[in-house]
Write a protein that binds this ligand. Structure first.
Ligand code: PHE
Length: 487
């Protein structure tokens, strides 16, 4: 036997006495609010005790722009007001209405057959047009007040765009069916109770009462709790991997001096990466005391003249250029600073932090993204330890087929790019290399050091099998829910 609740029973009784199809919002029951009725209908539907048809109520909501037009006049109406001696000048329309509304006015007038020629519109019969437009505005007013459903006017204003918003509301139309009648008669007149109260227990009035049983087979709506964002989840995984490999985490600042971002890494001051096209510069300069004086001298010497058989870049190094502040373009700036401050080997350090580049954004580029930076400074450093660490890192994330291809960075030699083959495309994940002797000399290193800077979002793109890197930041709720399972 189907058990029904008090509200369900009341709704069934209402439908029985109505003995016709009833719109959900026509049902009114003393002591039960709209939500209670709606939920009773859903349950009765699932239990198969009523028949439900769905219909849609369409309403039109006017935008602010539409309201403004209904008060001030439609743009085409206001343009018409500018007519003198059977002419309206396009330049006057633009000046008086502004370019946006001016363009709308011209488009609407031309649909009425009033097209400009030689910068002006000729109108023979202003009164006739005025009348059409007056009626048009009246129609807009009545749509806004909700008193008109004239489909032709609605179509006109919908077609103009930006004036009306269509709001569809689903309405259920319900009627009791034969199983519903059966359910009513089998429960009899006596209601079964939904709840046991303290009072019933105290007075003992529960004795002999009929209680509704729980239906544990009823489907329930899943509850979505809070989860980590997929990118945060991936960062956590990456941090665990580095911690497991014995690395220390370092942090840096978004705003960095050119000195740490470039000069300390032996990037020449005329290097293309410094161009305004690639780097976001900040208006102010770094404070003098932020850059150690002796280090500055060393950077100048090595850029200009090199050391011990290394020739340097051979140009006059500029202190003021190195003081320019910028949004860091790579986290290798943190590596430079960290190694300078910790120059006793062995050191293994990493960070997963944000960097900024003046890039045009597309399916595989972002202007703001994270780099997985890491460095090892030790006598053990060489190309095969670098290859091993990178492959090991990606292997732990499930990528077995990475390729390391020769590349160039001004601060490493040799340099290698990490590439992954994915869906027939080669995707570049980042760069790596062994710091040049010039960088070692600048930072005061006593052993070789190697480093890498890998794109986090590119990795997330592969890891989460996305089609567009931008979707990571779109926060589509369905996508976010789907990927909670990855943690
Ligand atoms: N900093 C480089 C980049 O932003 C990557 C890199 C880091 C290359 C360390 C070599 C060594 O692409």
């Amino acid at each position: 036997m189907t058990e029904i609740s008090r509200n369900e029973r009341l709704v069934l009784l209402f439908l029985k006495s109505a003995s016709r199809k009833v719109r959900e919002d026509e049902i009114s029951i003393d002591g039960v609010d709209g939500r209670g009725i709606a939920s009773a209908i859903s349950y009765l539907d699932r239990k198969g005790l009523i028949s439900v048809e769905k219909s849609y109520d369409v309403r039109y909501e006017a935008t602010e722009e539409a309201k403004r037009y209904s008060e001030k006049g439609l743009p085409e109406e206001r343009a018409l007001d500018l007519s003198r001696d059977g002419k309206i000048f396009v330049s006057e329309i633009m000046e008086s209405l502004g370019s946006q509304e001016g363009r709308i006015a011209l488009a609407q007038l031309s649909k009425l057959g009033l097209k400009p020629r030689n910068g002006a519109i000729d109108i023979a019969d202003t009164e006739k047009i005025r009348k059409i437009l007056r009626e048009r505005r009246e129609a807009l007013k009545s749509i806004i007040s909700g008193s008109s459903t004239d489909s032709e006017s609605i179509r006109h204003f919908l077609g103009r765009g930006g004036l009306l918003r269509e709001e569809k509301k689903m309405i259920r139309i319900v009627s009791i069916n034969s199983s519903g009648f059966d359910a009513l008669s089998s429960t009899g007149d006596e209601e079964s109770l939904d709840q046991l109260t303290t009072e019933m227990l105290e007075t003992g009035s529960w004795k002999g009462k009929k209680f509704r049983r729980y239906d544990i087979s009823m489907p329930v709506t899943p509850v979505n709790g809070a989860y980590y964002h997929p990118l945060t989840a991936l960062i956590k995984t990456i941090r665990e991997i580095f911690f497991d490999m014995g690395f220390t985490e370092m942090t840096g600042n978004y705003v960095e001096s050119s000195f740490w971002n470039m000069d300390a890494l032996f990037i020449p001051q005329d290097h293309s990466a410094r161009d305004m096209q690639d780097t976001f510069y900040v208006d102010t300069n770094a404070d003098e005391k932020d850059i150690p004086g002796d280090l500055e001298k060393r950077v100048r010497r090595i850029h200009e003249r090199g050391f011990d058989g290394y020739k340097g870049w051979r140009y006059p190094w500029s202190e003021s250029e190195s003081r320019k502040l910028l949004l860091r373009t790579h986290t290798t700036a943190s590596t430079a600073r960290y190694l300078y401050e910790h120059n006793n080997p062995p050191v293994s350090v990493f960070s997963v932090e944000r960097v900024f580049r003046h890039e045009s954004v597309d399916w595989k580029h972002l202007a703001e993204f994270h780099q997985i930076e890491g460095a090892v400074y030790s006598r053990e450093v060489n190309l095969s330890t670098l290859k091993w660490i990178l492959s090991e890192f990606y292997k732990k994330l499930g990528f077995r087929n990475i390729k390391l291809i020769p590349s160039y960075y001004p601060y490493t030699e040799p340099s290698m790019d990490v590439v992954v083959l994915f869906n027939g495309k080669e995707i570049e994940l980042g760069g790596s290399g062994i710091f040049r002797p010039e960088v070692g000399k600048i930072l005061g290193l006593k052993a070789p050091a190697m480093a890498w800077g890998l794109g986090l979002e590119r990795l997330a793109f592969l890891y989460y099998d996305l089609e567009d890197i931008r979707s990571i930041y779109n926060s589509d709720i369905e996508w976010l829910r789907r990927f909670t399972l990855k943690i």
